[in-house]
Design a protein around this ligand. Structure first.
Ligand code: ADP
Length: 568
Protein backbone atom coordinates (compact mmCIF):
# COMPACT_ATOMS: atom_id res chain seq x y z
CA UNK A 1 0.00 0.00 0.00
CA UNK A 2 1.34 3.42 -0.91
CA UNK A 3 0.40 7.02 -0.06
CA UNK A 4 -1.48 8.69 -2.90
CA UNK A 5 0.25 11.59 -4.69
CA UNK A 6 -1.58 13.96 -2.37
CA UNK A 7 0.10 12.18 0.54
CA UNK A 8 -3.07 11.72 2.59
CA UNK A 9 -5.28 9.17 0.91
CA UNK A 10 -3.47 5.79 0.71
CA UNK A 11 -3.81 3.68 -2.40
CA UNK A 12 -3.75 -0.05 -2.85
CA UNK A 13 -3.45 -2.05 -6.07
CA UNK A 14 -4.69 -5.28 -7.58
CA UNK A 15 -1.69 -7.30 -6.34
CA UNK A 16 -2.36 -6.34 -2.72
CA UNK A 17 -6.12 -6.83 -2.99
CA UNK A 18 -5.70 -10.37 -4.37
CA UNK A 19 -3.45 -11.23 -1.44
CA UNK A 20 -5.75 -9.55 1.08
CA UNK A 21 -8.74 -11.44 -0.33
CA UNK A 22 -6.91 -14.79 -0.20
CA UNK A 23 -5.77 -14.19 3.37
CA UNK A 24 -9.22 -13.07 4.44
CA UNK A 25 -10.41 -16.46 3.16
CA UNK A 26 -7.75 -18.36 5.13
CA UNK A 27 -5.50 -19.25 2.20
CA UNK A 28 -2.16 -19.98 3.82
CA UNK A 29 -0.20 -21.60 0.97
CA UNK A 30 0.25 -20.95 -2.75
CA UNK A 31 1.79 -23.52 -5.11
CA UNK A 32 3.14 -21.81 -8.19
CA UNK A 33 5.73 -20.88 -10.75
CA UNK A 34 6.51 -17.21 -11.28
CA UNK A 35 6.91 -15.13 -14.43
CA UNK A 36 5.04 -12.39 -16.30
CA UNK A 37 2.71 -11.01 -14.95
CA UNK A 38 2.49 -12.66 -11.52
CA UNK A 39 6.04 -12.55 -10.14
CA UNK A 40 5.25 -9.65 -7.83
CA UNK A 41 2.08 -11.38 -6.70
CA UNK A 42 4.11 -14.33 -5.44
CA UNK A 43 6.73 -12.07 -3.88
CA UNK A 44 4.15 -9.90 -2.09
CA UNK A 45 2.18 -12.97 -0.98
CA UNK A 46 5.30 -14.40 0.62
CA UNK A 47 6.09 -11.05 2.25
CA UNK A 48 2.55 -11.01 3.67
CA UNK A 49 3.05 -14.37 5.41
CA UNK A 50 1.50 -16.72 2.85
CA UNK A 51 3.69 -19.79 2.33
CA UNK A 52 4.82 -19.82 -1.30
CA UNK A 53 6.13 -23.07 -2.79
CA UNK A 54 7.82 -22.51 -6.14
CA UNK A 55 7.80 -25.42 -8.62
CA UNK A 56 9.73 -26.32 -11.78
CA UNK A 57 6.64 -27.05 -13.90
CA UNK A 58 3.11 -25.70 -13.58
CA UNK A 59 1.50 -29.11 -13.90
CA UNK A 60 3.18 -30.19 -10.68
CA UNK A 61 2.19 -26.98 -8.88
CA UNK A 62 -1.41 -27.65 -9.96
CA UNK A 63 -1.30 -31.25 -8.79
CA UNK A 64 0.05 -30.05 -5.44
CA UNK A 65 -2.83 -27.58 -5.09
CA UNK A 66 -5.33 -30.35 -5.90
CA UNK A 67 -3.82 -32.70 -3.33
CA UNK A 68 -3.87 -29.91 -0.75
CA UNK A 69 -7.57 -29.51 -1.52
CA UNK A 70 -8.22 -33.22 -0.98
CA UNK A 71 -6.27 -33.30 2.27
CA UNK A 72 -7.67 -30.13 3.85
CA UNK A 73 -11.18 -29.73 2.38
CA UNK A 74 -10.17 -26.17 1.48
CA UNK A 75 -9.28 -25.14 -2.06
CA UNK A 76 -5.59 -25.49 -2.83
CA UNK A 77 -4.31 -22.47 -4.74
CA UNK A 78 -2.07 -22.71 -7.79
CA UNK A 79 -0.51 -19.61 -9.38
CA UNK A 80 0.84 -19.54 -12.93
CA UNK A 81 1.90 -17.15 -15.63
CA UNK A 82 -0.08 -16.57 -18.80
CA UNK A 83 -0.18 -18.54 -22.07
CA UNK A 84 2.02 -21.64 -22.00
CA UNK A 85 2.47 -21.62 -18.23
CA UNK A 86 -1.28 -21.46 -17.83
CA UNK A 87 -1.68 -24.31 -20.35
CA UNK A 88 0.85 -26.43 -18.48
CA UNK A 89 -1.49 -26.23 -15.50
CA UNK A 90 -4.54 -27.49 -17.38
CA UNK A 91 -3.91 -31.23 -16.88
CA UNK A 92 -3.87 -30.61 -13.14
CA UNK A 93 -7.00 -28.45 -13.24
CA UNK A 94 -8.84 -31.06 -15.27
CA UNK A 95 -7.56 -33.86 -13.08
CA UNK A 96 -8.71 -32.02 -9.94
CA UNK A 97 -12.16 -31.58 -11.45
CA UNK A 98 -12.44 -35.22 -12.51
CA UNK A 99 -11.35 -36.37 -9.05
CA UNK A 100 -13.61 -33.89 -7.22
CA UNK A 101 -10.72 -32.11 -5.47
CA UNK A 102 -11.21 -28.42 -4.70
CA UNK A 103 -8.58 -26.10 -6.15
CA UNK A 104 -8.31 -22.62 -7.61
CA UNK A 105 -5.89 -22.03 -10.46
CA UNK A 106 -5.08 -18.31 -10.66
CA UNK A 107 -3.26 -17.23 -13.81
CA UNK A 108 -2.17 -13.85 -14.99
CA UNK A 109 -3.17 -13.08 -18.56
CA UNK A 110 -2.51 -10.63 -21.35
CA UNK A 111 -4.36 -7.37 -21.99
CA UNK A 112 -7.96 -8.10 -23.01
CA UNK A 113 -8.17 -5.40 -25.65
CA UNK A 114 -5.23 -6.95 -27.48
CA UNK A 115 -6.13 -10.62 -26.93
CA UNK A 116 -9.74 -10.18 -28.02
CA UNK A 117 -8.75 -8.67 -31.36
CA UNK A 118 -5.94 -11.24 -31.69
CA UNK A 119 -3.39 -8.50 -32.19
CA UNK A 120 -0.53 -10.72 -31.07
CA UNK A 121 0.26 -9.92 -27.43
CA UNK A 122 3.02 -11.57 -25.38
CA UNK A 123 1.72 -15.07 -24.55
CA UNK A 124 -1.63 -14.20 -26.08
CA UNK A 125 -4.32 -16.78 -25.39
CA UNK A 126 -8.02 -16.69 -24.58
CA UNK A 127 -7.35 -18.53 -21.34
CA UNK A 128 -10.91 -18.33 -20.04
CA UNK A 129 -12.20 -20.16 -23.10
CA UNK A 130 -9.47 -22.78 -22.87
CA UNK A 131 -10.09 -23.52 -19.19
CA UNK A 132 -13.89 -23.73 -19.42
CA UNK A 133 -14.29 -27.28 -20.68
CA UNK A 134 -11.91 -28.80 -18.14
CA UNK A 135 -12.78 -26.77 -15.03
CA UNK A 136 -15.78 -26.94 -12.75
CA UNK A 137 -16.09 -23.20 -13.50
CA UNK A 138 -13.97 -20.43 -14.96
CA UNK A 139 -14.13 -16.75 -14.07
CA UNK A 140 -12.25 -13.61 -15.05
CA UNK A 141 -11.76 -10.47 -12.99
CA UNK A 142 -11.91 -7.51 -15.37
CA UNK A 143 -11.62 -4.62 -12.92
CA UNK A 144 -10.00 -4.03 -9.58
CA UNK A 145 -13.36 -3.53 -7.85
CA UNK A 146 -14.20 -7.20 -8.58
CA UNK A 147 -11.14 -8.84 -7.02
CA UNK A 148 -12.90 -9.63 -3.74
CA UNK A 149 -15.95 -10.93 -5.58
CA UNK A 150 -13.87 -13.03 -7.95
CA UNK A 151 -11.87 -14.70 -5.18
CA UNK A 152 -15.00 -15.34 -3.10
CA UNK A 153 -16.78 -16.83 -6.10
CA UNK A 154 -13.82 -19.06 -6.95
CA UNK A 155 -13.48 -20.35 -3.39
CA UNK A 156 -17.20 -20.99 -3.02
CA UNK A 157 -17.44 -22.79 -6.34
CA UNK A 158 -14.39 -24.98 -5.66
CA UNK A 159 -15.74 -26.45 -2.42
CA UNK A 160 -19.54 -26.17 -2.51
CA UNK A 161 -21.51 -29.20 -3.68
CA UNK A 162 -19.24 -31.56 -5.66
CA UNK A 163 -15.76 -30.09 -5.26
CA UNK A 164 -13.65 -29.33 -8.32
CA UNK A 165 -11.09 -27.16 -10.02
CA UNK A 166 -11.88 -23.48 -10.65
CA UNK A 167 -9.96 -21.27 -13.03
CA UNK A 168 -9.58 -17.59 -12.12
CA UNK A 169 -8.16 -15.34 -14.81
CA UNK A 170 -6.60 -12.03 -13.74
CA UNK A 171 -5.18 -9.86 -16.52
CA UNK A 172 -1.87 -8.22 -15.65
CA UNK A 173 -3.30 -4.75 -16.05
CA UNK A 174 -5.98 -5.48 -13.43
CA UNK A 175 -3.23 -6.45 -10.98
CA UNK A 176 -1.58 -3.11 -11.62
CA UNK A 177 -4.76 -1.00 -11.27
CA UNK A 178 -5.01 1.13 -8.14
CA UNK A 179 -7.90 2.13 -5.89
CA UNK A 180 -8.24 3.91 -2.57
CA UNK A 181 -7.20 1.49 0.16
CA UNK A 182 -10.37 1.87 2.20
CA UNK A 183 -12.58 1.58 -0.88
CA UNK A 184 -10.63 -1.48 -2.00
CA UNK A 185 -10.87 -3.17 1.40
CA UNK A 186 -14.63 -2.61 1.38
CA UNK A 187 -14.91 -4.75 -1.78
CA UNK A 188 -13.51 -7.88 -0.10
CA UNK A 189 -15.45 -10.47 1.86
CA UNK A 190 -14.95 -13.76 3.62
CA UNK A 191 -17.02 -16.66 2.33
CA UNK A 192 -19.37 -17.88 5.07
CA UNK A 193 -19.83 -21.65 5.37
CA UNK A 194 -18.13 -22.44 2.03
CA UNK A 195 -19.54 -25.99 1.75
CA UNK A 196 -22.94 -25.96 3.45
CA UNK A 197 -24.12 -29.30 4.84
CA UNK A 198 -26.96 -31.02 3.03
CA UNK A 199 -29.06 -33.81 4.51
CA UNK A 200 -31.32 -36.10 2.48
CA UNK A 201 -35.03 -36.06 3.26
CA UNK A 202 -36.12 -38.43 6.08
CA UNK A 203 -38.06 -40.70 3.69
CA UNK A 204 -34.86 -41.38 1.72
CA UNK A 205 -33.12 -42.44 4.94
CA UNK A 206 -36.04 -44.73 5.83
CA UNK A 207 -35.92 -46.30 2.36
CA UNK A 208 -32.18 -46.87 2.73
CA UNK A 209 -32.51 -48.65 6.06
CA UNK A 210 -35.36 -50.80 4.73
CA UNK A 211 -33.40 -51.86 1.67
CA UNK A 212 -30.23 -52.61 3.64
CA UNK A 213 -32.20 -54.57 6.21
CA UNK A 214 -33.78 -56.75 3.52
CA UNK A 215 -30.44 -57.65 1.95
CA UNK A 216 -29.01 -61.15 1.88
CA UNK A 217 -25.52 -60.08 0.87
CA UNK A 218 -25.07 -56.35 1.54
CA UNK A 219 -21.85 -54.57 0.67
CA UNK A 220 -20.54 -51.05 1.20
CA UNK A 221 -18.09 -49.37 -1.18
CA UNK A 222 -16.18 -46.49 0.39
CA UNK A 223 -14.80 -44.02 -2.16
CA UNK A 224 -12.48 -41.07 -2.00
CA UNK A 225 -15.50 -38.75 -1.62
CA UNK A 226 -16.02 -40.42 1.76
CA UNK A 227 -12.36 -39.87 2.66
CA UNK A 228 -12.57 -36.25 1.52
CA UNK A 229 -15.69 -35.62 3.62
CA UNK A 230 -13.72 -35.99 6.89
CA UNK A 231 -16.64 -37.81 8.47
CA UNK A 232 -14.33 -40.54 9.74
CA UNK A 233 -16.01 -41.24 13.08
CA UNK A 234 -19.53 -41.30 11.64
CA UNK A 235 -18.47 -43.69 8.87
CA UNK A 236 -16.69 -46.03 11.22
CA UNK A 237 -19.68 -46.02 13.56
CA UNK A 238 -21.96 -46.87 10.63
CA UNK A 239 -19.72 -49.70 9.43
CA UNK A 240 -19.51 -51.25 12.86
CA UNK A 241 -23.13 -50.63 13.89
CA UNK A 242 -24.52 -51.98 10.62
CA UNK A 243 -22.12 -54.91 10.36
CA UNK A 244 -22.01 -54.54 6.57
CA UNK A 245 -18.75 -55.68 4.93
CA UNK A 246 -16.96 -52.97 2.97
CA UNK A 247 -14.37 -52.50 0.25
CA UNK A 248 -12.46 -49.22 0.06
CA UNK A 249 -11.52 -47.66 -3.26
CA UNK A 250 -7.82 -46.93 -3.37
CA UNK A 251 -7.85 -43.41 -1.90
CA UNK A 252 -10.39 -44.46 0.73
CA UNK A 253 -8.02 -47.10 2.09
CA UNK A 254 -7.44 -46.43 5.78
CA UNK A 255 -10.72 -44.53 6.24
CA UNK A 256 -11.64 -47.63 8.18
CA UNK A 257 -8.35 -49.54 8.62
CA UNK A 258 -7.56 -52.16 5.99
CA UNK A 259 -7.12 -54.79 8.73
CA UNK A 260 -10.64 -54.21 10.09
CA UNK A 261 -12.61 -57.48 10.29
CA UNK A 262 -15.33 -56.05 8.00
CA UNK A 263 -12.84 -54.98 5.31
CA UNK A 264 -13.14 -57.45 2.45
CA UNK A 265 -10.62 -55.93 0.02
CA UNK A 266 -8.90 -59.29 -0.09
CA UNK A 267 -12.16 -60.84 -1.35
CA UNK A 268 -13.07 -57.90 -3.61
CA UNK A 269 -14.02 -59.81 -6.75
CA UNK A 270 -16.24 -62.18 -4.84
CA UNK A 271 -17.81 -59.34 -2.85
CA UNK A 272 -18.68 -57.37 -5.99
CA UNK A 273 -19.94 -60.32 -7.97
CA UNK A 274 -22.14 -61.73 -5.21
CA UNK A 275 -23.47 -58.63 -3.41
CA UNK A 276 -27.24 -58.14 -3.78
CA UNK A 277 -27.50 -54.69 -2.18
CA UNK A 278 -24.65 -52.24 -2.54
CA UNK A 279 -24.28 -48.94 -0.69
CA UNK A 280 -21.92 -46.56 -2.51
CA UNK A 281 -20.48 -43.94 -0.16
CA UNK A 282 -18.68 -41.20 -2.10
CA UNK A 283 -17.77 -43.60 -4.91
CA UNK A 284 -18.93 -43.42 -8.51
CA UNK A 285 -19.96 -46.41 -10.63
CA UNK A 286 -17.39 -45.45 -13.26
CA UNK A 287 -14.80 -47.64 -14.99
CA UNK A 288 -13.05 -48.28 -11.69
CA UNK A 289 -16.18 -50.16 -10.59
CA UNK A 290 -16.85 -51.66 -14.03
CA UNK A 291 -19.84 -49.29 -14.43
CA UNK A 292 -21.75 -51.53 -12.02
CA UNK A 293 -22.11 -53.97 -14.88
CA UNK A 294 -20.78 -57.04 -16.62
CA UNK A 295 -19.45 -60.20 -15.07
CA UNK A 296 -17.93 -58.29 -12.16
CA UNK A 297 -21.37 -57.58 -10.66
CA UNK A 298 -24.49 -59.60 -10.08
CA UNK A 299 -27.24 -58.84 -12.67
CA UNK A 300 -29.70 -58.36 -9.86
CA UNK A 301 -27.59 -56.12 -7.61
CA UNK A 302 -29.45 -53.08 -6.33
CA UNK A 303 -27.60 -49.87 -5.55
CA UNK A 304 -27.98 -47.18 -2.92
CA UNK A 305 -25.73 -44.17 -3.33
CA UNK A 306 -24.71 -41.32 -1.05
CA UNK A 307 -23.45 -38.40 -3.12
CA UNK A 308 -23.48 -34.62 -2.88
CA UNK A 309 -24.08 -34.41 -6.64
CA UNK A 310 -27.59 -35.63 -7.55
CA UNK A 311 -26.82 -35.89 -11.27
CA UNK A 312 -24.41 -38.71 -10.41
CA UNK A 313 -27.37 -41.00 -9.66
CA UNK A 314 -28.41 -43.26 -12.57
CA UNK A 315 -25.28 -42.31 -14.52
CA UNK A 316 -24.52 -46.00 -14.99
CA UNK A 317 -27.11 -48.16 -13.23
CA UNK A 318 -30.51 -47.53 -11.69
CA UNK A 319 -30.01 -46.15 -8.20
CA UNK A 320 -32.78 -47.62 -6.06
CA UNK A 321 -32.12 -45.30 -3.14
CA UNK A 322 -30.46 -41.98 -4.01
CA UNK A 323 -29.23 -40.23 -0.89
CA UNK A 324 -28.42 -36.70 -1.99
CA UNK A 325 -26.40 -35.01 0.69
CA UNK A 326 -23.00 -34.60 2.19
CA UNK A 327 -21.54 -37.80 3.52
CA UNK A 328 -21.15 -36.62 7.10
CA UNK A 329 -24.78 -35.50 7.48
CA UNK A 330 -26.15 -38.49 5.58
CA UNK A 331 -24.20 -41.12 7.48
CA UNK A 332 -25.10 -39.44 10.76
CA UNK A 333 -28.77 -39.63 9.74
CA UNK A 334 -28.34 -43.33 8.89
CA UNK A 335 -26.67 -43.90 12.26
CA UNK A 336 -29.61 -42.27 14.01
CA UNK A 337 -32.05 -44.40 12.02
CA UNK A 338 -30.16 -47.61 12.82
CA UNK A 339 -29.91 -46.63 16.46
CA UNK A 340 -27.18 -49.19 17.12
CA UNK A 341 -29.06 -52.14 15.52
CA UNK A 342 -27.10 -54.10 12.91
CA UNK A 343 -28.88 -54.52 9.58
CA UNK A 344 -29.73 -58.02 8.51
CA UNK A 345 -26.41 -59.42 7.35
CA UNK A 346 -26.61 -63.22 7.29
CA UNK A 347 -23.68 -65.10 8.80
CA UNK A 348 -23.42 -67.18 5.62
CA UNK A 349 -22.39 -64.06 3.69
CA UNK A 350 -19.68 -63.18 6.20
CA UNK A 351 -18.45 -66.78 6.14
CA UNK A 352 -18.29 -66.84 2.35
CA UNK A 353 -16.30 -63.60 2.25
CA UNK A 354 -14.04 -64.58 5.13
CA UNK A 355 -13.08 -67.90 3.64
CA UNK A 356 -12.17 -66.25 0.32
CA UNK A 357 -10.30 -63.55 2.19
CA UNK A 358 -8.26 -66.09 4.14
CA UNK A 359 -7.43 -67.95 0.95
CA UNK A 360 -6.30 -64.78 -0.84
CA UNK A 361 -4.34 -63.48 2.15
CA UNK A 362 -2.44 -66.78 2.23
CA UNK A 363 -1.65 -66.49 -1.51
CA UNK A 364 -0.47 -62.92 -1.01
CA UNK A 365 1.77 -63.96 1.91
CA UNK A 366 3.31 -66.67 -0.24
CA UNK A 367 3.98 -64.15 -3.00
CA UNK A 368 5.52 -61.68 -0.61
CA UNK A 369 7.77 -64.41 0.80
CA UNK A 370 9.27 -65.22 -2.62
CA UNK A 371 12.63 -63.57 -2.96
CA UNK A 372 13.81 -63.43 -6.58
CA UNK A 373 16.95 -61.55 -7.72
CA UNK A 374 16.81 -59.21 -9.46
CA UNK A 375 13.80 -58.13 -7.40
CA UNK A 376 10.23 -58.24 -8.71
CA UNK A 377 7.40 -55.97 -7.59
CA UNK A 378 6.15 -58.13 -4.73
CA UNK A 379 9.40 -58.70 -2.90
CA UNK A 380 10.40 -55.06 -3.40
CA UNK A 381 7.09 -54.00 -1.88
CA UNK A 382 7.41 -56.23 1.17
CA UNK A 383 9.68 -53.79 3.07
CA UNK A 384 7.52 -50.87 1.93
CA UNK A 385 4.45 -52.62 3.35
CA UNK A 386 6.29 -53.19 6.62
CA UNK A 387 7.54 -49.61 6.65
CA UNK A 388 4.04 -48.15 6.24
CA UNK A 389 2.70 -50.54 8.88
CA UNK A 390 5.39 -49.37 11.32
CA UNK A 391 4.84 -45.68 10.44
CA UNK A 392 1.08 -45.27 9.92
CA UNK A 393 1.35 -41.47 9.94
CA UNK A 394 3.54 -41.46 6.84
CA UNK A 395 1.67 -40.34 3.71
CA UNK A 396 1.84 -42.68 0.73
CA UNK A 397 1.80 -41.32 -2.82
CA UNK A 398 1.62 -43.88 -5.58
CA UNK A 399 1.66 -43.89 -9.37
CA UNK A 400 2.73 -46.11 -12.23
CA UNK A 401 1.17 -49.14 -13.88
CA UNK A 402 2.39 -52.25 -12.04
CA UNK A 403 3.87 -49.97 -9.36
CA UNK A 404 0.37 -48.59 -8.74
CA UNK A 405 -1.60 -51.82 -8.97
CA UNK A 406 0.69 -53.97 -6.87
CA UNK A 407 1.33 -51.30 -4.21
CA UNK A 408 -2.42 -50.73 -3.83
CA UNK A 409 -2.91 -54.42 -3.11
CA UNK A 410 0.17 -55.02 -1.00
CA UNK A 411 0.43 -51.92 1.21
CA UNK A 412 -2.30 -51.68 3.82
CA UNK A 413 -3.41 -48.33 5.19
CA UNK A 414 -4.51 -47.71 8.76
CA UNK A 415 -5.28 -43.98 8.76
CA UNK A 416 -7.72 -41.90 6.64
CA UNK A 417 -6.52 -39.74 3.71
CA UNK A 418 -2.94 -41.04 3.87
CA UNK A 419 -2.94 -42.56 0.39
CA UNK A 420 -2.91 -40.34 -2.72
CA UNK A 421 -2.66 -41.88 -6.15
CA UNK A 422 -3.41 -41.66 -9.87
CA UNK A 423 -7.13 -41.54 -9.09
CA UNK A 424 -10.09 -41.41 -11.41
CA UNK A 425 -8.12 -40.83 -14.60
CA UNK A 426 -5.28 -43.18 -13.71
CA UNK A 427 -3.11 -40.20 -14.61
CA UNK A 428 0.69 -40.27 -14.59
CA UNK A 429 2.62 -37.25 -13.31
CA UNK A 430 0.88 -36.56 -10.00
CA UNK A 431 3.69 -38.11 -7.96
CA UNK A 432 5.99 -35.38 -6.77
CA UNK A 433 3.33 -32.65 -6.80
CA UNK A 434 1.10 -34.72 -4.50
CA UNK A 435 4.11 -35.66 -2.34
CA UNK A 436 5.14 -32.03 -1.91
CA UNK A 437 1.61 -31.00 -0.94
CA UNK A 438 1.30 -33.84 1.57
CA UNK A 439 4.59 -32.83 3.22
CA UNK A 440 3.77 -29.10 3.16
CA UNK A 441 0.19 -29.43 4.41
CA UNK A 442 0.84 -31.99 7.13
CA UNK A 443 4.52 -31.74 8.11
CA UNK A 444 4.60 -35.56 8.09
CA UNK A 445 7.08 -37.70 6.13
CA UNK A 446 5.87 -38.85 2.72
CA UNK A 447 6.84 -41.93 0.74
CA UNK A 448 6.22 -41.71 -3.00
CA UNK A 449 6.23 -45.16 -4.59
CA UNK A 450 6.84 -44.52 -8.27
CA UNK A 451 7.22 -46.61 -11.36
CA UNK A 452 10.35 -45.45 -13.19
CA UNK A 453 8.29 -44.23 -16.13
CA UNK A 454 5.74 -42.41 -13.93
CA UNK A 455 8.56 -40.79 -11.95
CA UNK A 456 9.89 -39.16 -15.11
CA UNK A 457 6.78 -37.01 -15.50
CA UNK A 458 7.52 -34.91 -12.40
CA UNK A 459 11.15 -35.85 -11.64
CA UNK A 460 12.55 -32.32 -11.74
CA UNK A 461 10.52 -31.51 -8.62
CA UNK A 462 13.17 -33.35 -6.62
CA UNK A 463 14.94 -30.00 -6.80
CA UNK A 464 11.85 -28.39 -5.21
CA UNK A 465 11.80 -31.07 -2.50
CA UNK A 466 15.48 -30.44 -1.74
CA UNK A 467 15.17 -26.64 -1.91
CA UNK A 468 12.44 -26.66 0.75
CA UNK A 469 14.03 -29.53 2.70
CA UNK A 470 10.83 -31.59 2.65
CA UNK A 471 10.77 -35.03 4.31
CA UNK A 472 9.89 -36.87 1.09
CA UNK A 473 11.23 -40.34 0.31
CA UNK A 474 10.93 -41.25 -3.37
CA UNK A 475 11.14 -44.95 -4.14
CA UNK A 476 11.63 -45.64 -7.86
CA UNK A 477 10.61 -49.19 -8.75
CA UNK A 478 12.98 -49.37 -11.67
CA UNK A 479 12.37 -52.11 -14.23
CA UNK A 480 13.70 -49.90 -17.02
CA UNK A 481 10.54 -49.35 -19.00
CA UNK A 482 6.95 -48.28 -19.43
CA UNK A 483 5.27 -51.38 -17.95
CA UNK A 484 8.55 -53.33 -18.27
CA UNK A 485 11.95 -52.95 -19.83
CA UNK A 486 12.59 -56.11 -21.78
CA UNK A 487 10.81 -55.42 -25.08
CA UNK A 488 12.95 -55.81 -28.20
CA UNK A 489 12.36 -53.82 -31.36
CA UNK A 490 12.39 -56.52 -34.05
CA UNK A 491 14.19 -54.18 -36.47
CA UNK A 492 16.90 -53.68 -33.87
CA UNK A 493 17.64 -50.11 -34.97
CA UNK A 494 16.21 -48.20 -31.98
CA UNK A 495 14.84 -48.89 -28.51
CA UNK A 496 11.34 -50.44 -28.44
CA UNK A 497 8.52 -48.00 -27.53
CA UNK A 498 8.14 -49.29 -23.98
CA UNK A 499 11.86 -49.36 -23.18
CA UNK A 500 13.70 -46.76 -21.05
CA UNK A 501 17.39 -46.61 -20.16
CA UNK A 502 18.43 -49.95 -18.67
CA UNK A 503 20.07 -49.78 -15.25
CA UNK A 504 19.43 -46.03 -14.85
CA UNK A 505 20.66 -44.76 -11.48
CA UNK A 506 17.91 -42.32 -10.51
CA UNK A 507 19.40 -41.71 -7.05
CA UNK A 508 22.13 -39.64 -8.67
CA UNK A 509 19.52 -37.05 -9.64
CA UNK A 510 18.74 -36.17 -6.04
CA UNK A 511 22.41 -36.10 -5.12
CA UNK A 512 22.80 -33.20 -7.55
CA UNK A 513 20.56 -31.12 -5.30
CA UNK A 514 21.95 -32.20 -1.94
CA UNK A 515 19.50 -34.99 -1.11
CA UNK A 516 20.34 -38.54 -0.05
CA UNK A 517 20.47 -41.19 -2.77
CA UNK A 518 20.46 -44.99 -2.47
CA UNK A 519 20.57 -47.75 -5.03
CA UNK A 520 19.22 -51.05 -3.66
CA UNK A 521 19.00 -54.53 -5.09
CA UNK A 522 17.45 -56.48 -2.24
CA UNK A 523 14.51 -56.05 0.17
CA UNK A 524 16.93 -55.81 3.11
CA UNK A 525 18.83 -52.97 1.48
CA UNK A 526 15.54 -51.23 0.75
CA UNK A 527 14.37 -51.62 4.36
CA UNK A 528 17.65 -50.15 5.63
CA UNK A 529 17.43 -47.18 3.23
CA UNK A 530 13.82 -46.47 4.26
CA UNK A 531 14.78 -46.57 7.89
CA UNK A 532 17.69 -44.15 7.38
CA UNK A 533 15.50 -41.83 5.32
CA UNK A 534 12.68 -41.57 7.84
CA UNK A 535 15.10 -41.03 10.72
CA UNK A 536 16.98 -38.27 8.92
CA UNK A 537 13.89 -36.54 7.44
CA UNK A 538 16.20 -35.68 4.53
CA UNK A 539 14.89 -35.62 0.97
CA UNK A 540 15.77 -39.11 -0.25
CA UNK A 541 15.55 -41.08 -3.47
CA UNK A 542 15.88 -44.85 -3.42
CA UNK A 543 16.42 -46.43 -6.80
CA UNK A 544 15.23 -50.05 -6.60
CA UNK A 545 16.76 -52.23 -9.28
CA UNK A 546 14.03 -54.61 -10.51
CA UNK A 547 14.10 -57.34 -13.11
CA UNK A 548 13.44 -55.74 -16.51
CA UNK A 549 10.98 -58.59 -17.14
CA UNK A 550 8.96 -57.82 -13.99
CA UNK A 551 5.48 -56.45 -14.62
CA UNK A 552 2.72 -56.81 -17.18
CA UNK A 553 1.67 -54.47 -19.96
CA UNK A 554 -0.76 -51.84 -18.57
CA UNK A 555 -0.59 -53.41 -15.10
CA UNK A 556 -4.10 -54.55 -14.13
CA UNK A 557 -5.62 -52.69 -17.09
CA UNK A 558 -4.51 -55.09 -19.78
CA UNK A 559 -8.14 -55.55 -20.82
CA UNK A 560 -8.40 -51.81 -21.60
CA UNK A 561 -5.37 -51.86 -23.87
CA UNK A 562 -6.43 -52.81 -27.41
CA UNK A 563 -3.90 -54.90 -29.34
CA UNK A 564 -3.70 -55.18 -33.07
CA UNK A 565 -4.77 -58.59 -34.36
CA UNK A 566 -2.72 -58.05 -37.53
CA UNK A 567 0.72 -58.37 -35.94
CA UNK A 568 3.08 -61.07 -37.16
P1 ADP B 1 -13.54 -43.34 -6.05
O1 ADP B 1 -12.66 -43.09 -7.24
O2 ADP B 1 -12.79 -43.48 -4.79
O3 ADP B 1 -14.54 -44.41 -6.30
P2 ADP B 1 -15.02 -41.07 -6.95
O4 ADP B 1 -14.10 -39.94 -7.18
O5 ADP B 1 -15.45 -41.87 -8.13
O6 ADP B 1 -14.40 -42.02 -5.82
O7 ADP B 1 -16.34 -40.56 -6.26
C1 ADP B 1 -16.33 -39.54 -5.31
C2 ADP B 1 -17.76 -39.06 -5.20
O8 ADP B 1 -17.88 -38.44 -3.94
C3 ADP B 1 -18.15 -38.04 -6.26
O9 ADP B 1 -19.29 -38.49 -6.97
C4 ADP B 1 -18.44 -36.77 -5.45
O10 ADP B 1 -19.56 -36.05 -5.96
C5 ADP B 1 -18.74 -37.32 -4.08
N1 ADP B 1 -18.43 -36.42 -2.98
C6 ADP B 1 -17.33 -35.67 -2.82
N2 ADP B 1 -17.38 -35.02 -1.65
C7 ADP B 1 -18.54 -35.37 -1.06
C8 ADP B 1 -19.17 -35.04 0.17
N3 ADP B 1 -18.62 -34.21 1.05
N4 ADP B 1 -20.37 -35.59 0.44
C9 ADP B 1 -20.95 -36.43 -0.44
N5 ADP B 1 -20.40 -36.79 -1.61
C10 ADP B 1 -19.22 -36.27 -1.92
Amino acid sequence: MEPSPAGADPLTDGFHLVIDALKLNDVTTIYGLVGIPITDLARLAQASGIRYIGFRHESNAGHAAAAAGFLTRKPGVCLTVSGPGFLNGMVALANATVNCFPMVHIAGSSTRAIVDLQRGDYEELDQLAVARPVAKASYRIDRIEDIGRGIARAIRTAVAGRPGGVYLDIPGDVLAQTIGAAAGAATLWKVVDPAPRQTPAPDAITRAVEMLSGAERPLMVLGKGAAYAQADDAIRTFVEASGIPFVPMSMAKGLVPDDHPLCVSAARSLALSRADVVLLVGARLNWLLHHGDGPQWSDTAQFLQIDIEPTEFDSNQPISVPLAGDIGSTVEALNRALDGRPVNCPAAWHDELNSRREHNVASMSARLAEDPRPMHFYNALRPIREFVEAHPDVYLVNEGANALDVTRNVVEMAVPRHRLDSGTWGVMGIGLGYAIAAAVETGQPVIAVEGDSAFGFSAMEIETICRYGLPVIIVVLNNGGVYRGDEINPLGDAPAPTVLSAGARHERLIEAFGGAGYHVESPDELAAALDAAVRSRRPTLIDCGLDSAAGTESGHLTSLNPRSSLQE
